[in-house]
Structure formats: C-alpha cells, structure tokens
Design a protein around this ligand. Sequence first.
Ligand code: NAD
Length: 499
Amino acid sequence: MTGHFIPEGLPTHIQHYIDGSFVDSAGGETFHVLDPVSNTNYATAAAGQQADIDLAVAAASRAFTDGPWPQLKPRERARVLNKIADAIEEREPRLAELETFDTGLPITQARGQARRAAENFRFFADLIVAQFDDAMKVPGAQINYVNRKPVGVAGLITPWNTPFMLESWKLAPALASGCTVVLKPAEFTPLSASLWAGIFQEAGLPRGVFNLVNGLGEDAGDALVKHAGVPLISFTGETTTGQTIFGNAAVNLKGLSMELGGKSPCVVFADADVDAAIDSALFGVFSLNGERCTAGSRILIERPLYAEFCEKYAARARNIVVGDPHDPRTEVGALVHPEHYAKVMSYVEIGKSEGRLLAGGGRPDGLDTGNYVAPTVFADVLPGARIFQEEIFGPVVSITPFEDDAEALALANGVKYGLAAYVWTTDLKRAHTFAQDLEAGMVWLNSHNVRDLRSPFGGVKASGLGHEGGFRSLDFYTNQQAIHITLGDVDTPKFGAAP
Ligand code: NAD
C-alpha cells in the first residue's frame, strides 16, 4: 500500500472558462472526477452542453472578428507566446503535481511533460517570427503571392494520457497562427487544463481568445464538432472516436487533423546493440504507464537473439518500480481510471491464452488498491493474437520472433495502425531500407521516441489523418490565399466585341 499524496489547495469544483471568466454550465450540469490512486471523487466538474459550447464559440468568434489577436504582428504574438512559456515553467512543480494526482503518471515524467509544454510555445513563437510565404513571378505578366490568414475559431479536443502537454501541442500552433480557440479536454483528467486560464491571463492573451469547456465527449465534444461557427477541429484520441468525428464534421466540411491510436512495432535485429535496444524497448512501452500513443507495444526479435532478449527483457520488466505516482522513484504509476484499468486487465487475461507470460500478469504485490498493473510481458505471441493487433494502452507488451527481414516487415506492417516504429540494427543499409518500407508515420532508428519539433508528427492507416509538426501545424491553422496581380497589359479574350 502506498501513501496517498494529496496536493495542497486541490479544487473541489472545476469550471469552464469562457470569455475571460470561470463559469459553470448554463444548466448547472456536472460530472465527477476521481483520482486513480484512491479511486474516489475529489471534485465535480462543470459538464458542458450545447449551450455552453455556443457561448464559448460566440466569445471566440468575437475575439477573432473584433479583437486584436489575429491582426497582431508575428513578433507581438510571439512575445505573448514566450510569456506563456515562462509562466508554464514557473508553474512546473505545481503543474506536475496536479497532473500526477489526476492522471497517475509518475511525477518525474509529469515534470518532463510540463517542460515540453513550455517548449511547444517557445518553438511556435520562433516559427511565426521566422515564417515567410511564397511569391511567384511570371516575368512581364504577373506576380502571385500567398496571403496567409488564420482560419478562425479552432476546436481542440484532447485525450487524458498526457493532458496538459497534448493541449499545448494544439494550443501553441493555433494561437501562434492567430486563431482563437475552444478547448474540450478529456473528462477523465480536467484538473490541469484549468491552469491555462491563469497562465494566459498573466501572459496578456486578450480576453475571449482562449475558451475552455469541460464535459463528456458525446455532449460537449459532439457539440463542438458539429458547431457551424468552428471551421476546424484538431483531435487526438481513439481511432473509433476519430471515425465518429470525421462523419460528424462532414456536414460543415471542416478541416480535420486526427492523431489517433497505435500499435507500434519495435524491431530488433540480431546485429543490434542489445543492451541499448533493451533499455529503449522497456522505456518505449512502460513510460507514461504504457498510456502512450507511440508505445512500442509489439517487440519483434530476430530468432538468433530471441531467447537471450526475452530473458533479459523480462528480468528488467519484473524489476520496474511500480507505485505511488508522486514518489520520484516510481517508474510506472497508476492507470488513469478504473474503467481503463479494467480494459487493460482484460487484455492481460486474454494474453495468458495468447502468449507465454514472462513478467507481471496482474496487480503488483503489495498494491491492493488503486489502478496498478504490474509491467506485463508475453512472449511467443502470434500475429493473429488480439494482444498483437489491438491497442491496449497500458503496461503490456507482446514479443514475437522473426526469421528474416521480409518476415519482420510483414509482422511490423501487419496491423491496422501505422503511427510509430522503432528499429534496432547496426547495418546502415538495412536500417534505411527497412525503415522506408515501414507503414508508419514516424520511425526511430536505434533510438526511443525523441522528437525534433520541426519534423512531421502523425500516423498513417488507422493512426491518423494529416501531419502536424513545425510549419505543417501552421498550415493547418491558416488558409493560404493566393493573390494574383497583373503586370503590364491584360490580355483578355474580347467576348462580345465582334462587330
Ligand atoms: P477518446 O477518443 O476516448 O477521447 C478523446 C477526446 O475525445 C476526449 O476529450 C473525449 O471527451 C472526446 N470525445 C469522445 N467522444 C467524442 C465525440 N463523439 N465527439 C467529440 N469528442 C468526443 O480517447 P482517450 O481514451 O481519451 O485517449 C486515448 C487514445 O488517444 C488512444 O487511442 C491513444 O493512442 C490516442 N492518442 C493518440 C495520440 C497521437 O498523437 N496519435 C496521442 C495521444 C493519445
């Protein structure tokens, strides 16, 4: 049994933030929020409905049409974005402790996520100042140039796995582009999102530019997706939710960015640096409690290395420190919610008939309450197995042997998802050839997931639609209007000019 750390000054009620004020739902609806260690409700949150989304969109629309934000010079917006980054960094310990309390993520990892959130704002501040657009000259005839304009009110819908960081990943480019926003955070984890209001106020973001509506996906989320005044939706979450949103957004032909689920392979060839591969393959699936879209949750091992890898990997997995998310020694904390815990545990049971259990397989010893799952490793998993095909989103990994490159590729690509992939080999030619044939939006060679913010982010197949990252994010939140000017005489066919 771990102690139960409760942050000081924890709110007992979480509100929306609309047009510069904290407010409840117009109809007074609320939902309960629980923490994943005690599984008791520590707060109620305002549950947004159509009426609350209408108010938030109206405020964001006014701020877009009448307010200064979309008209500011890039440098002026960048100044505000940098102040936002400063304010996040100042709050890092508080932010991390609230995030850890609400999500069950280990505190050291929550602190890393807070720093990454600040970096997202700094990065997009730099990008808009450096940005320039194309001008094309047709000698003697025309000059054409791009007039880039923010699209309008951006609807941002986010999941619970790293709430604050993923919100920053959408807020930073949307605000940098000059859009105004309505954010609908995940209902499991609304706590840290309420800090944005204070951060934005302190940084001088004009009133109404940022609006926050809490609530359930099928109410608040659905209303935002269907709202005629919101021309684009950036969504991160499950593939099935993405499909629903895709259909609902069709009526108004909205711009969509979809970052969805994954079942990413980690492929280790026999010539790899085995110790480095083991470190990475452990971190790749057990960091963030395994609640990570890019988790390397299917490990594929070349046959000559298979027995040795399985043995060493399982020994390390059994040694992972599971416990109180607030303890800096903790490597795997508590899963976000009892519903999600039940889902992950059901896959642990399924795995027992689909693979050879090498580590974990249930609750860790000594942790009788809270959503704790022992890091679980299954070997000899066949590609048809459910634990090979389906996203578990917890600390559960399958290991499968392969004989040659062709089989490794078929296994790696043999799922509906295509988000990330990790490849371990010291053969340069094989590394690149294999990486280029992978059906994955992002590939890491001889590395875990370390991402340069300039590079494309997104998945293929069932893992997503569109790529954000760097200038691609700014492209999503802006329209590029083409302006054509004639130079010299206009050469127009003269209709109706015949005598
Ligand atoms: P989810 O799809 O259940 O919920 C995500 C968000 O969508 C929540 O805010 C929810 O309230 C909202 N929502 C639900 N139904 C909706 C509807 N009908 N209309 C509008 N909004 C609706 O996902 P989750 O369980 O919160 O998050 C876990 C999933 O997110 C995993 O599949 C994971 O792989 C994925 N994920 C992907 C990435 C990525 O970048 N590709 C990153 C993190 C998480």
